[in-house]
Design a protein around this ligand. Structure first.
Ligand SMILES: Nc1ncnc2c1ncn2[C@@H]1O[C@H](COP(=O)(O)OP(=O)(O)O)[C@@H](O)[C@H]1O
Ligand SMILES: [Mg+2]
Length: 360
């Protein structure tokens, strides 16, 4: 089976690493000359909205999927005329826009923080009067890793905040004083079967994911799965969908969804029976889904900007390094490591040893 992937970053690379043993072949559409997935398949080096290259992609593959949500929805809608695309253009249209996704949460009875649409500085002033401070102003589209957002703590922060984010459509969200952040990676097959991995506890540094820990029978697992199921059914979703939640007062508030494999699911490569990458491919290809059971205890640590010496990382017990072969740059995700253990206490020690490498 030939799979076309919109985007050729590390997520595309890990999709190919999971799909190659299943006999799949990959073509990545990515305008970046140094797209790191290119080592694992064919690279269509072109813009996402070039009709000529979209045609070329559609004609050379059996289906198309994507590895990031900032693909123009028109690109996917165009491709859908010629080749099956999973998830659908409609799912992408909603998941890539914070206003649409939060409105969907509200319609489906999924708790989320108070929010308002902001199309001008005047709208922002009115939204702040309604929601109060602190609050977070976010661009509706294209934000990632904490980019495209500004925390507003006092009235002086509100002045010019709309211009600061580039005078583009935004939403204002009430600031959530959360006790923790968790995510749920779910997968839905073409036949509607749904499987969910164990909830993952996430720690962010400066808006970028730092550490993910797979939980053991989290008390909020059933609630998270109920919310996920509502969204998956609403969107008639096919593939992996990740949900980010805030833990508040023993319950959950939905933060955002990502219509793709997700950084907080990277631990599943070594930490679960079947990884999120393989399950995404199984789902879009109409194959039976694999087991989402975890194997022992595991966590994932991101390498941002640079990667410590390989030998130092591998000296830590049961560590699995993923170097994306990307140029080192501050703030850029360049690799991660999955660490596994028989016991939670031991896992903590292994993670502490890895964190020491980051600060050395
Ligand atoms: N409304 C909010 N209240 C408090 N913290 C927030 C809020 N929104 C985002 N954050 C913090 O910023 C991080 C990144 O924001 P998020 O909306 O998930 O954007 P991104 O697309 O960059 O992941 C979140 O994981 C959380 O730590
Ligand atoms: Mg997020």
């Amino acid at each position: 089976m030939k799979v076309g992937v919109i985007g050729g970053g590390q997520l595309g690379r890990m999709l190919a690493l999971a799909g190659t043993p299943l006999g799949m072949q990959f073509t990545f559409l990515d305008p970046a000359a140094d797209a790191c997935a290119a080592a694992l398949g064919e690279h269509l080096h072109a813009d996402y909205s070039s009709p000529e290259h979209l045609q070329q992609l559609a004609q050379s593959v059996d289906l198309v999927t994507f590895e990031f949500e900032s693909v123009p929805a028109e690109t996917v809608a165009y491709l859908e005329q010629f080749v099956p695309v999973y998830p659908s253009a409609q799912a992408l249209r909603i998941a890539r826009d914070r206003w649409f996704e939060k409105s969907m949460f509200k319609d489906l009875g999924i708790p989320t923080t108070e929010f308002a649409d902001v199309l001008s500085q005047a709208d922002l002033d009115a939204a702040v009067a309604q929601i109060g401070l602190p609050a977070v102003l976010k661009t509706r589209t294209l934000g990632y890793d904490g980019k495209g957002q500004k925390v507003l703590r006092e009235p002086a922060d509100v002045v010019d905040a709309f211009a600061y984010l580039g005078n583009v459509p935004c939403i204002l969200e009430g600031f959530v004083a959360f006790s923790g952040e968790v995510s749920l990676v779910a997968v839905r097959g073409r036949d509607g079967e749904v499987c969910c991995y164990p909830l993952v506890h996430n720690v962010h540094h400066e808006g970028i994911l730092h550490l993910s820990l797979a939980s053991d029978q989290h008390p909020l697992q059933a609630l998270a799965q109920d919310y996920a199921q509502r969204v998956l059914n609403e969107l008639e979703y096919v593939g992996v969908l990740a949900f980010e939640f805030f833990e508040v007062d023993g319950g959950l508030k939905a933060n955002e969804i990502a219509p793709r494999v997700h950084n907080s699911g990277h631990w599943t490569i070594e930490g679960a029976q079947c990884s999120q990458f393989e399950n995404h491919l199984r789902a879009v290809a109409g194959l039976p889904l694999g087991s989402v059971e975890k194997v022992g205890h595991s966590g994932m640590l991101n390498f941002i900007g640079s990667i410590p010496a390989t030998a130092d990382v591998l000296a830590v017990a049961d560590c699995h390094l993923h170097d994306y072969s990307k140029a080192f740059k501050p703030g850029r995700k360049v690799g991660h490591v999955t660490v596994r253990s028989e016991s939670e206490a031991q896992l903590k020690q292994q993670i502490a040893a890895l964190e020491a490498l980051l600060s050395s």
